[in-house]
Write a protein that binds this ligand. Structure first.
Ligand SMILES: Nc1nc2c(ncn2[C@@H]2O[C@H](COP(=O)(O)OP(=O)(O)OP(=O)(O)O)[C@@H](O)[C@H]2O)c(=O)[nH]1
Ligand SMILES: [Mg+2]
Length: 247
């Protein structure tokens, strides 16, 4: 399958070289799109040099930091413009294990529309994450699943593969969230469209180099949007059942 890997970067100077080589090793034919928001630490410049060395790497330079959601949206649009059959999203900070890449490809080849690298299926987990991050993520995902009626166990993992046709239908460019709520929004749309969503286990490794861009604002955005979507879904179900009873 013609495969694109879309990866946003912001201040990933210590990770970008490792990342590009690791992806190239696991998926030699995949094209890699790096979406860099003018990283102050010079990640974009390093990525340009590596792209010239390695080939099959496109670095998209944006003017300034606009958030993970915005960067993935942009990267998906660029990848879809280039006629790929499979689009993989992956963080650069070594949290997403490149050895899982072939399993993501295999799941799509076997018929899935979307495949999620999941911390919350048997065999999945997190390594060296502090307790507060583990609790936040695990309970955040439980709450999300319950509020939105989703069967997917890990709605906020960015390590995923999308069949290109499914991604077109999901239409990421019309989403609004900036933080990881963006990821929940995509899964919600896939589920509502009746798409086949598979999960493969991943062990998420906490970043060792560079700084996290996670913030209170991103957490609040996620919780607020999930609650709003959940209430809207419940209201719609109620309206439908009232209309049915009247009719
Ligand atoms: N282009 C771009 N990339 C970003 C931005 N924010 C985060 N990223 C990248 O998105 C990926 C995930 O960002 P992280 O900082 O690891 O955020 P996180 O994974 O939610 O937080 P941690 O759990 O601490 O790793 C990394 O490759 C970042 O470099 C942004 O505003 N613009
Ligand atoms: Mg990270």
């Amino acid at each position: 399958m013609r495969t694109a890997v879309v990866s946003p970067t912001y201040d990933e100077r210590d990770n970008i070289e490792w990342f590009l080589h690791a992806v190239r090793e696991r998926l030699p034919d995949a094209h890699i799109f790096v979406i860099d928001d003018n990283s102050p630490d010079g990640t974009g410049v390093i990525a340009d040099r590596l792209a010239a060395e390695l080939g099959g790497v496109t670095v998209v330079h944006r003017n300034g930091k606009e958030g993970l959601g915005s960067a993935y949206r942009h990267g998906f649009e660029v990848a879809l413009d280039h006629d790929f059959e499979l689009v993989i999203s992956m963080d650069v900070d070594r949290s997403h294990d490149p050895t899982v890449l072939p399993a993501l490809v295999a799941a799509i080849e076997a018929g899935a529309d979307v495949v999620v690298g999941s911390r919350y299926v048997p065999g999945g987990g997190t390594a060296n994450w502090p307790l507060h991050r583990r609790v936040l993520s695990a309970w955040g995902n439980r709450y999300t699943g319950l509020a939105l009626g989703l069967k997917v166990r890990d709605c906020t993992s960015a390590f995923r593969g999308y069949r290109a046709a499914a991604l077109v239908k999901i239409d990421p460019s019309s989403t609004r969230a900036d933080g990881y709520a963006f990821l929940t929004e995509l899964i919600r749309r896939a589920a509502r469209n009746g798409m086949q969503i598979d999960e493969v286990p991943i062990v998420f490794v906490d970043r060792q180099f560079g700084t996290s861009k996670m913030s209170g604002r991103i957490i609040v955005e996620s919780m607020a949007l999930v609650t709003m979507w959940g209430c809207r879904d419940a209201l719609r179900t109620l309206q439908r059942s009232i209309t049915r009873r009247r009719g």
